[in-house]
Design a protein around this ligand. Structure first.
Ligand SMILES: Cc1cc2nc3c(=O)[nH]c(=O)nc-3n(C[C@H](O)[C@H](O)[C@H](O)COP(=O)(O)OP(=O)(O)OC[C@H]3O[C@@H](n4cnc5c(N)ncnc54)[C@H](O)[C@@H]3O)c2cc1C
Length: 197
């Protein structure tokens, strides 16, 4: 593993400024589930790690009737899997989370890290895209909300064109629409005609 600077911003704005200062040679660091492996293997050699784990505004899972789910980038897979709120309102997400990796990865791996790892279509990217999820992403010039589908495309392009170039923004929070529309029950079938003897 290469030597690197270690930075601990307290806010998203600070994190963005730190990432900008390194001009593409720094990486956000969340749970480290993915980053620690690729750094040990020498596949990524950042000059700085920007540890975002202490940023309060990236934490938590909440539901707002008008906004829908707001899932902080630092929410772990395990938090989603065991969240009473998610279980009640979006059980499919709990079901997907139960299948992600193993309990050790789920305990530390975060939503932001899953969406930003550059891996094509992770489990969470797929489920959020299917649910029309949006992600709030922040950069040095402010933040914007984009569909998770667009985030996945940006990730794929960055990974393909500029291998090793870090993500320059901090997606937070991931806002899902309110519970998906209930599926209409199938139309009643006409009573079966008794078979003729
Ligand atoms: C053994 C193993 C098995 C796995 N199995 C699955 C699986 O079955 N399904 C699946 O979907 N995924 C799987 N993964 C991927 C895993 O879910 C993600 O790697 C994990 O969520 C990463 O989160 P993290 O917080 O540890 O990210 P980190 O390792 O800290 O970072 C990962 C990447 O994302 C960037 N990053 C992290 N947070 C942010 C942020 N908020 N904003 C911008 N960039 C950020 C980092 O700079 C880095 O490039 C697996 C990973 C491992 C190691």
């Amino acid at each position: 593993m290469n030597d690197f600077e270690y930075l601990e911003p307290a806010t998203v704005a600070e994190a963005c400024a730190m990432l900008k200062r390194y001009g593409g040679e720094a990486r956000p660091y969340a749970g480290g589930a993915y980053l620690s492996i690729v750094m040990k293997q020498g596949l990524i050699r950042p000059k700085a790690l920007v540890n975002i784990k202490k940023i309060q505004e990236l934490k938590g899972i909440r539901f707002d009737p008008s906004e829908g789910f707001v899932i902080g980038a630092l929410a772990t897979h395990r938090e989603l899997e065991t969240s009473q709120l998610i279980r009640e309102k979006l059980p499919i997400l709990c079901a997907v989370e139960r299948e992600v990796a193993n309990i050790r990865v789920r305990n530390v791996g975060t939503v932001g890290g899953n969406l930003a790892s550059g891996e094509p279509l992770t489990d969470l990217s797929q489920i959020f895209i299917a649910l029309d999820g949006r992600a709030k992403i922040a950069g040095p010039n402010g933040s914007r909300i984009i569909p998770v589908e667009e985030l996945a495309r940006i990730q794929a392009e960055q990974t393909g064109q500029q291998q090793g170039t870090p993500v320059q923004y901090v997606p937070y929070p991931v806002g899902l629409p309110a519970a998906p529309a209930p599926v209409a029950p199938p139309p009643a079938q006409p009573a079966a005609t008794p078979a003729k003897p």
